[in-house]
Design a protein. Structure first.
Length: 307
């Protein structure tokens, strides 16, 4: 009888222990499952970063247009003032001026998106921080990475496909207009300085050279597009860089006195009325939201020059 009692007690202990282990395991699996639902891992140049599955308070300092293209409005962003493509969409978004850590922390972000490793080191303790390397990614790669960070992968595919369709349609228009064999130079003018740009420094360069496959003068192709992406030159050597067309970004705060310069007036692009002026605010950005508007502007402007 005592033996049966011991067996019964032993069975109860075993059953109770099994129940506790089962509950504990179920609880642990539940916590892990919840964690999986609340966060996910994104691969970046700074390694794997764990981000919220559905971030709501996003701070981004430059590629805000890519977020907007995905249907996501940031909590705060860098300078978005002026005649940008997305000026109406960010009119109620906080603009961060100094980007001090205390200023960012006070916003209580759940995701930060920046363009440099230095910024990553500065903000990574505040919230999960994603680095989008400036000039090192194509627009498709960049938008895809941002989409992964904010959980909008399907939206990214649609945006990219729609943009590529517009690019192909635009190239067909330019081919029919007979300008695909012309050369294009991208510049800004500041007092006595001329800045020449490549394909990865905004100002429409990626659209012109990468997407539309328009050509650059040899020196730009060799030293700038495949080199440092921008170069300051004097007005005297501008003829060496000048193509059949000149795309000139103009800022409201700048002084455009090139019309008074003999070197400028003797350029073939100037003589043939093939200088296309763009708004510096609109063409400063290189996100897909901005580039969609820039593409329309550039193609329409080029077509107007064809006689």
């Amino acid at each position: 009888m005592k033996k049966l009692k011991f067996i019964s007690i032993g069975l109860i202990i075993i059953m109770f222990s099994t129940l506790l282990i089962g509950c504990s395991k179920s609880s642990t699996e539940g916590e892990e499952s919840n964690k999986e639902k609340k966060t996910r891992v994104v691969s970046t140049v700074m390694g794997d970063i764990e981000v919220p599955t559905n971030p709501k308070r996003i701070v981004i300092n430059y590629f805000q247009g890519d977020l907007l293209a995905l249907g996501v409005k940031p909590l705060a962003t860098g300078n978005s003032q002026g005649e940008t493509a997305f000026k109406d969409e960010v009119k109620d978004v906080k603009i961060i001026e100094k980007w001090e850590s205390e200023e960012i922390m006070a916003l209580e972000p759940d995701l930060i998106i920046v363009i440099s490793k230095e910024e990553y080191e500065k903000y990574k303790k505040i919230a999960p921080t994603i680095v989008i390397p400036f000039t090192e990614m194509s627009s498709e790669e960049r938008l895809t990475l941002i989409a992964e960070a904010v959980g909008k992968q399907e939206e990214a595919k649609k945006v990219i496909n729609t943009f590529y369709k517009k690019v192909e349609d635009s190239k067909e228009k330019l081919k029919k207009a007979g300008v695909m064999d012309k050369t294009f130079t991208l510049i800004e003018h500041w007092d006595k300085e001329i800045m020449v740009f490549g394909n990865k420094w905004g100002r429409g360069g990626e659209i012109i050279y990468d997407y539309l496959d328009l050509k650059a003068p040899e020196v730009i192709e060799k030293d700038i597009i495949n080199g440092d992406q921008n170069r300051s030159i004097s007005i005297e050597i501008l003829p060496e860089y000048s193509g059949d067309y000149i795309i000139q970004a103009v800022w409201k705060s700048g002084k455009d006195n090139l019309k008074e310069n003999k070197v400028w007036n003797n350029l073939p692009a100037v003589k043939n009325d093939r200088v296309i002026k763009t708004d510096g605010d609109l063409f400063f950005f290189m996100d897909l939201y901005s580039m969609d508007k820039q593409l329309d502007y550039i193609v329409n402007a080029i077509l107007k020059t064809v006689k």
